[in-house]
Write a protein that binds this ligand. Structure first.
Ligand code: COI
Length: 383
């Protein structure tokens, strides 16, 4: 069966300008104060996820008069915000997650940036935020990486995690779309998202709270969806679980996603299933890439409604043999158990999850040829 590409996947295939053509769009402030050598050593020695940040950040400002302007690479520093800034009151905010990888020759690459640029604009449209030209998105990453190239770590599971985001900064308390926005990109030298790396996680299946409902914002990347996931996560952590699996809000019957990750199910017959994009689920770039990769190696992938009761029965009957979560931050992480108020099942570990993890990370880090054309070079080998 031929799979039709989503709008995002189509946009992700658009040709992009080379980094050298756009490297100067964000003007670098050469007076930025850099962290000390001791601080740099400390951060790079022991990489956590999203804890420490580099010397610079990218920034641009949107106003009604000028559109996106004031594009610069400046010192990483606290923001000065008016207490009436709309983002602080009504949550008008969108963000992305994308990584930079160092290859063996020292060059720095990123993974499917046009996908993230297109998804950022999908989120912008939903939150009534002006779209950011793809070229500006890309130029901000190139400019930031070129200023902070020494911060791209090397080694298994290590990357420079990039967090582009847009916030409504107009000082106004009326409820309407703001008339001023700030775009920023910050960067965090990071190790694995889960401290135990590629180890199975224990998942709490929540049927009390939902992260998003029909017509809401579940298919775009905005802070509110993550805020909605925090209370169930706190409770799950207190009870010893690593993550929460959310169900569809309309019927409480079908799997949605894990809040920060999509979910996949591997069947004993060798096929794979993942929840279809209903509008409540974030269309993950890693999710899309896994579907393409599996299809390429001859594995049948179905995007479909996955009913929890049926899934539990299939796990118990040995018809489901692996499950995993995936996302930019989490990459590919095996799921070791599912627990809810009235059930607890162990999910076996298997070879396919490991293979997908290894293939995706080998492409990202340049250890395997990029046969899908997913990589984009941000900078050369000079540090
Ligand atoms: C990402 O995977 O990049 C995300 O934004 C999700 C979050 C759990 C870090």
């Amino acid at each position: 069966m031929v799979r039709h590409l989503t709008e995002l996947e189509k946009l992700a295939g658009a040709p992009l300008p080379a980094a050298s053509e756009i490297a100067d769009i964000f003007r670098r402030d050469d007076t930025a104060k850099l962290k000390s050598a001791a601080e740099y050593e400390r951060i790079m020695r022991d990489l956590a996820f999203g804890v420490d940040f580099t010397d610079h950040m990218a920034r641009a400002v949107w106003t009604v008069e000028e559109g996106w302007a004031q594009k610069e690479i400046t010192q990483y520093a606290p923001l000065s915000l008016d207490p009436a800034a709309a983002v602080l009151h009504y949550g008008q905010e969108v963000f992305e997650g994308i990584k930079a990888y160092r290859h063996a020759d020292g060059s720095v690459w990123t993974f499917r940036p046009a996908y993230n640029a297109a998804r950022l604009n999908m989120s912008n449209r939903r939150l009534a935020i002006p779209e950011l030209p793809v070229e500006d998105f890309l130029a901000s990453l190139v400019g930031l990486i070129r200023a902070d190239q020494k911060w791209v770590p090397e080694g298994a599971g290590a990357s420079l995690y990039l967090r582009p985001f847009i916030i409504a900064t107009e000082a106004f308390l009326g409820v309407r779309a703001a008339k001023r926005y700030d775009y920023l990109v910050i960067a965090s030298p990071s190790g694995p998202y889960f401290k135990n790396g590629f180890e199975p996680i224990n998942v709490w299946v929540d049927r009390e709270y939902h992260r998003a409902g029909p017509g809401g914002m579940g298919n775009v990347k905005t802070g509110g969806n993550y805020a909605a996931s925090l209370l169930p996560k706190v409770v799950a952590h207190e009870n010893g679980y690593d993550e929460v699996l959310f169900m569809d809000a309309a019927t409480n019957t079908y799997l949605d996603e894990l809040g920060g990750m999509n979910v996949f199910v591997v069947k004993a017959d060798g096929s794979v299933a993942t929840p279809e994009l209903t509008g409540n689920i974030l269309p993950g770039g890693t999710r899309a890439s896994i579907i393409e990769l599996l299809t390429d190696i001859g594995v049948e992938v179905r995007e479909e409604r996955i009913a929890l009761t049926q899934l539990l029965a299939q796990i118990s009957a040995g018809e489901v043999v692996e499950m995993f979560a995936c996302g930019t931050a989490a990459v590919v992480t095996p799921i070791g158990s599912l627990t809810g108020t009235d059930f607890s099942v162990e999910v076996p570990s298997g070879e396919l999850t490991r293979r997908i993890h290894d293939e995706i990370t080998a492409i990202q880090t340049g250890k395997q040829p990029d046969r899908f054309g997913w990589l984009y070079q941000l900078a050369g080998s000079d540090r």
